[in-house]
Every structure is written in C-alpha cells, then in structure tokens.
Design a protein around this ligand. Structure first.
Ligand code: GDP
Ligand code: MG
Length: 697
C-alpha cells in the first residue's frame, strides 16, 4: 500500500517538476521607462496588439502582458506604467516596483527616449542599482537621425555596462536586433552600480555594514543602504532600525553634512545627475546649444504663456464646439437623418406593408427599432467629429499643456493639474474617465475627481441637447449647448468647494507631469482612438439602447391587462410614469413621458431621446422636435436639459464609480447628491426663468 503511494508521489513529483520547468523556457521581459518614451508603442509593435498610445504621461496605468509574435523563442513582454524613479510616491511607481519584486522578470527592457537621454538615464541608474538584468532600448532614433544628430551609444554601453540597442518603436526599426539580444541569455547583464563620488560611496559602504551587521541576507543591500541614506520612509519602516543603528547611521550622514548642508535625497539625486551629465557629454555628439529653443518651445510660449494660455484654451474649446455643434456637424447629421427617413424607414414600411404585417409588428419595427435607435444613430457624425478633434489635440501634445495650464485653477478647488486629464475624458464618457483617475497619486485627488466627473457632460447626452436646442433655440444652438457644458463645469467647481474640506479631507499632491514634444498625430493612432469611441457608440445603440427601446415600446403599447393598445395614456408605462411625474412639476416638466424617459436614461443617456421618440410616436428627430415644441416651453425645455446634464450617470458609470471609490457609502452619496442637485438646479432654472420672463417680457 505505502509503496503504491510513494510511487504515485514519485510520479506526481515528476509531473510537477516538468510543469515547473515549462514556464522557464519563456522569457519574461518587462518594459520600463519614463512616461511617454514609447513603451506602449514598442509593446504593440512586438505583440501586434492595439493598446491605446497617448501623447501624455499616465496613459498606461495597469500592466499589460502579451507574447511576442513571429519570433523563434517564446518571449512575454509586459507593458508597465511610466515612471521617473523608484521612490514609491505615485501609483505608477508602486505598480511597477511591485511587479518587479513579485514577478521577477528575466530581463528588464529599459526604454530610453534618445531625444531626452539625460533625464531618462536617471531611472536607469536606479534599475542598475536594484541589480536587475537590463537591456537598454534606445528609442526615437528616427528623430535623432532626421535631425542629423549622432550619439556614440557604444561608448555609453561600455560606460554603464549593459547592452544598448538603438530602435524606433513607431517606425519598427531595430526591433529584431532587440529581440535577438533578449534571446541571448549571456547578454543579460547587470551593469554598473557605482555612480557616486568617493565620500558618498564610502558612506554607503558604511551603512551597508551597519545594516548587515545584525541582519543576514538582505537582498538589494546596496539599494537599501542608499535609500536609508536618503531617509526614504518606506525602506526605513521596512527595516525597522534599532536605536543603535539609527545613531550609527546618523553619524555617517553627518559626516557628509559638514561639507554639503542639504537634503540627503537631493545629495544622491545630484550625484547621479553629475554622473549622467559626465557620461552624456562624452557620448552626445551635437551642440547642446542647438536644443535650446526648439519649435516646440516657441509654440509653448503661446500655449502656456502667462497671458495667452487661458484665452488660447477657451478659443480651442469653442472652436471644437462650433465645428461639432455648428453648421458642419448639423449638415452631416441632416444627411444621416435624410438617409434614415428616405431610405431605411421608407423601405421598411414598404416591405412590412407588402407582407401585410400586423399593426403591432409595424409599430415595433417602425417606431421602436428604426425610430428609436435611428434617432440615436443620427448623432454618429457629431460623435465622430468631436472625438476626431479631441484626439488630434491629445495626440499633438496639447492636452498635456492644457493640464499644465489648468493646474493653477484646479489647485483652487483642491485638485492637481493631473486631474484635468480624467475630467476632460468625462466629456467623452464617464466610464473611462473614472477608470482614468487611477493616474492620480493621492486618495483625496482621486475620490474628489470621481465625484466631479459626472458633471462633465458626457457625449451620450449630446443627442438630447441637440434635439432640444434645435427645437427651442434654433438661432442660438451653439450658445445653448455651450452654456450647459459651462453649467456642468460650474456645478463641478461648486461641488469641489463643498467637498474638498468635508467629505475628502487631505493633502494635495505636487504636480509632476512632463510636457511631451509636439507631434503630428499619427493617422493610425487617430483612427484607432476614434474607432474605439464609434464602436462603443454603435455597440450601445445595438444593445442597451435597442433593448431599452423595445422594453419601453412594450410597456407603452400594452395596458395593465397585457392587451395591445393604441391609447398610450392607458399603457403600463403611463400608469407608472404618472406616479413619479409629480416630482418634476416644480421643474416644469411634470408629464409622465418625460419622467419615463429620464428613468430609461439611467440605463443609457441616449435612451432619453429614443424613449421620447417611441412615446410620442415620432419618426425621426425632426418630427420629434416639432412634437416637443408643443409640450415644453423654452424655459421648461432648458430646465429639462439642465436636469439631464446633472442627474445620476448611467449604470455603467455608476458601477465604474463604485469600483474606483471602493465604498458603497461614497457611491450612494454620489448618486443621491447628483439627483438632488439636478432637481434643485432644474427647479431653480424653471422657477426663476418663468418669474423673470413674466416681469420683463
Ligand atoms: P509610453 O507612455 O511610454 O507608453 O509611450 P507611448 O508608446 O504612448 O508613446 C508616446 C508618444 O511617442 C506617442 O505619440 C508615440 O507615437 C511616440 N513614439 C513612440 N515611439 C516613437 C519613435 O520611435 N519615434 C517617434 N518619432 N515617435 C515615437
Ligand atoms: Mg504607455
């Protein structure tokens, strides 16, 4: 009996062993570098995937892994968030550091932006100190070549002791050479570790001795000794120094202090930069004076200038709105609407009549499916326009400037400039915007930003704004819509003041964000970005909105006895809607149809339009526009838009909010707050509006 067991054990041991061996043949390569140095571009190039590449720091917030395609040996690459150093302050640094410590990749590919080599090497010195096996991918070589600048990378290689492969991730140059180096095991080197002048080096050695006196086998002893010298809080709490050790280490530090009376972290950083400057001066073979005022700097003098920055920003934003919501956008929308009415609807009607379909089939297909979903689809051109323009601004590098410019303003409401990025994304869709708050370092910044994102009017609300603005304010459409967006921003500012020292107390974090150089947006990236949004829009139209439309159609076509009825006021929906409608009497739209459409808006905001379409039996938005003219006054129409602008976002956004806030309490506060403020603002607009118009008109 026991024999059988042991044989079995032997066998399973063997199997386990084989399985353990297997992953070893796969090389794990982690991509590490500063933000914006081209990690994701290289990752996409290697794995053939389509990760979104953005021209601002902080696009990659979680790590993504993929297998290199078309290569002789299996290599897994991991795209990690960009970092400037290894002092764990930002979530990016924490994610990257944890990944390296826990997953222990076989090799670190340190990507260096060759146009910005000094700053990028700072991280390299830390990687080498941490004792990783490193290969350097010297990226953006195409830019250097184009400018005719030369870099003696062989000399650099000798100096720091690891392999350097010049590449261009976006032009796919040097990729095979890089893979070749990754595959060769004996080319994975650990490189140089001593970057300091003699007296600092001596202090580090002494601290190493103090640390290892009572502890055995500290891994990365040298790195920790340096961090102890710097007084790095995290490492200090990890090591739990005894008071004796602290005294000894303080003495060692004090020896330095007599010569350089400064912060210890700065002393180390300073030493590193001195070293980097020295080796760079030997390797860089162009006149540094040439770099001084580039075209980028000249443009920046306007875009980030003291007096020009804010006006430029407003002009840009207004231009985007004018193109999207003004004549061009309207023309395109008309074209789609005409196509829907003249071709799609007409031929559907023709075929339904040909097969003599029943009344309710006709109603389902024409009113609900084509009418409702079609009404939402006709906004596709404007969605495309808006996102094309925003992506161009983003890819060109302008958005990062805008964040920089906004920092001062955002500080006043308790946020840092970095929060601008997710807030701006909120104008597209709250879901990615909320997820995007992961780039924010501290919890206060993050939670407050999540609370404010719903105030940034998302693109799903556009259809409703168009519909109402073109019906009620035909001559001032752009202004009417722009005013709503502004009102949203005002609401956000108001809420920030309300919450910044109450619900979300805490320290603000400094603004660290590099300004990328201006680039012509790449067509591929642009298309990818736009396609992402369009696909999302179409998917929603085809799934959630279609579903909601059909349900609404059903509820409004059948009465409580489940009989098909043409009289909508008898329908299930009317009964239900009439119960909640009185809530909105003060806001000026206390009819059951508006109440119901607002309810379906919780599923998806576009549904408000499609629901109204179904409820009023309208074919296309033009007809719906005429119908609502008789149901709302301009004042109640604007109050309705205000309510839609401010009330609780759709379920997808709420679930993202809950996921990121990690608290039911805060999520529920956020929902109730939005509902309340929407109702309050809308009632205020309606009541004061009517009062004023009675007095003055
Ligand atoms: P990450 O933040 O490190 O992931 O950087 P990304 O991959 O998002 O790239 C940042 C920007 O640099 C994008 O606009 C890329 O198109 C651009 N880029 C990346 N690699 C190269 C390159 O080799 N040459 C040039 N000219 N641009 C590049
Ligand atoms: Mg990236």
């Amino acid at each position: 009996m026991s024999d059988i067991v042991s044989v079995r054990e032997e066998k399973t041991k063997h199997i386990v062993k084989v399985e353990n061996d297997k992953p070893k043949s796969v090389v794990k390569a982690a991509l590490i570098g500063n933000p914006n140095c081209g990690k994701t571009t290289l990752f996409n190039q290697l794995t053939g995937s389509n990760q979104y590449v953005g021209n601002w720091p902080g696009v990659t917030v979680e790590h993504k892994a993929g297998r290199v395609r078309n290569w002789k040996t299996p290599i897994d690459v991991i795209d990690l968030p960009g970092i400037y150093s290894f002092s764990p302050y930002s979530p990016e640094e924490v994610i990257t550091r944890n990944y390296l410590e826990q997953e222990k990749p076989d090799i670190v590919i340190n990507i260096i932006d060759a146009t910005n080599i000094e700053r990028n090497l700072y991280l390299t010195t830390q990687l080498l100190e941490l004792d990783y096996k490193v290969i350097i991918a010297l990226n953006m070589m195409d830019i250097l070549m184009k400018k005719g600048k030369k870099l003696d990378y062989k000399k650099l290689e000798k100096e720091i002791g690891v392999k350097i492969i010049p590449i261009s991730a976006s032009k796919a140059l040097g990729i095979n050479e890089l893979l070749e180096e990754i595959s060769k095991e004996n080319n994975r080197l650990r490189g140089k570790k001593n970057f300091y002048s003699d007296n600092i080096e001596a202090s580090i050695k002494k601290i190493e001795k103090v640390l290892s006196y009572k502890r055995n086998n500290i891994d990365n002893l040298r790195f920790k000794a340096i961090k102890v010298f710097e007084k790095d809080a995290l490492i200090l709490s990890e090591l739990k120094l005894s008071s004796g050790e602290e005294v000894a280490i303080n003495e060692i530090r004090n020896e330095i202090k007599t010569t350089k009376n400064r912060d210890y972290e700065i002393i180390i950083a300073d030493e590193r930069y001195k070293y980097i400057c020295k080796i760079c001066s030997e390797c860089i073979m162009w006149d540094k004076e040439d770099d001084k005022e580039s075209i980028s700097d000249k443009i920046d003098r306007i875009f980030t200038g003291k007096f020009t920055a804010i006006p430029m920003f407003l002009v840009m934003m207004f231009a985007i709105f004018f193109i999207t919501f003004g004549p061009i956008g309207n023309f395109l929308k008309q074209a789609v609407e005409n196509f829907m009415a003249n071709n799609v609807l007409a031929s559907a009607e023709y075929y339904l009549n040909m097969f003599s379909a029943s009344d309710w089939t006709k109603s389902l297909v024409l009113d609900a499916i084509i009418g409702g979903t079609g009404a939402v689809l006709s906004f596709l051109p404007q969605v495309i326009l808006l996102f094309t323009l925003l992506s161009i601004l983003e890819d060109s590098g302008y958005m990062a400037r805008a964040a920089f410019v906004m920092d001062k303003l955002l500080r006043k409401i308790g946020l840092s400039g970095k929060a601008f990025v997710p807030l701006l994304m909120g104008f597209g869709c709250s879901v990615p915007a909320v997820l995007g708050t992961r780039i924010l370092e501290n919890k206060k910044d993050k939670n407050l930003t999540i609370f404010l994102i719903p105030f940034m009017s998302c693109s799903a609300k556009m259809p409703l704004y168009f519909l109402f603005a073109s019906a009620f304010f035909p001559n001032n459409q752009t202004i009417a819509i722009f005013s709503l967006y502004l009102l949203g921003i005002v609401g956000a500012i108001f809420s920030a003041f309300l919450f910044k020292d109450t619900l979300f107390k805490g320290q603000e974090s400094p603004f660290v964000m590099e300004l990328p150089t201006y680039k012509l947006p790449s067509r591929k990236n642009l298309l990818l970005h736009i396609w992402d949004r369009v696909r999302d829009f179409l998917e929603r139209a085809g799934t959630v909105i279609l579903g909601a439309t059909i349900i609404i159609w059903f509820l409004q076509s059948f009465n409580l006895h489940l009989q098909f009825t043409m009289d909508k006021s008898e329908s299930i929906l009317a009964v239900f809607g009439s119960i909640i409608a009185p809530i909105f009497t003060l806001c000026g739209f206390g009819n059951w149809q508006s109440a119901v459409s607002l309810l379906t808006g919780l599923i998806a905001k576009e549904s408000i339009v499609s629901t109204l379409c179904v409820l009023y039996n309208a074919q296309g938005t033009a007809e719906l526009g005429n119908i609502i003219l008789n149901l709302f006054s301009p004042m109640s129409a604007y109050a309705f838009m205000v309510f839609v602008l401010l009330y609780t976002p759709c379920v997808a956004a709420v679930s993202a909010i809950h996921k990121e806030l990690k608290s039911w309490k805060l999520t529920i506060i956020s929902i109730i707050y939005q509902l309340f403020i929407a109702w309050f603002a809308s009632a205020l607009v309606y009541q004061f509006g009517t009062l004023f118009s009675k007095i003055f008109i």
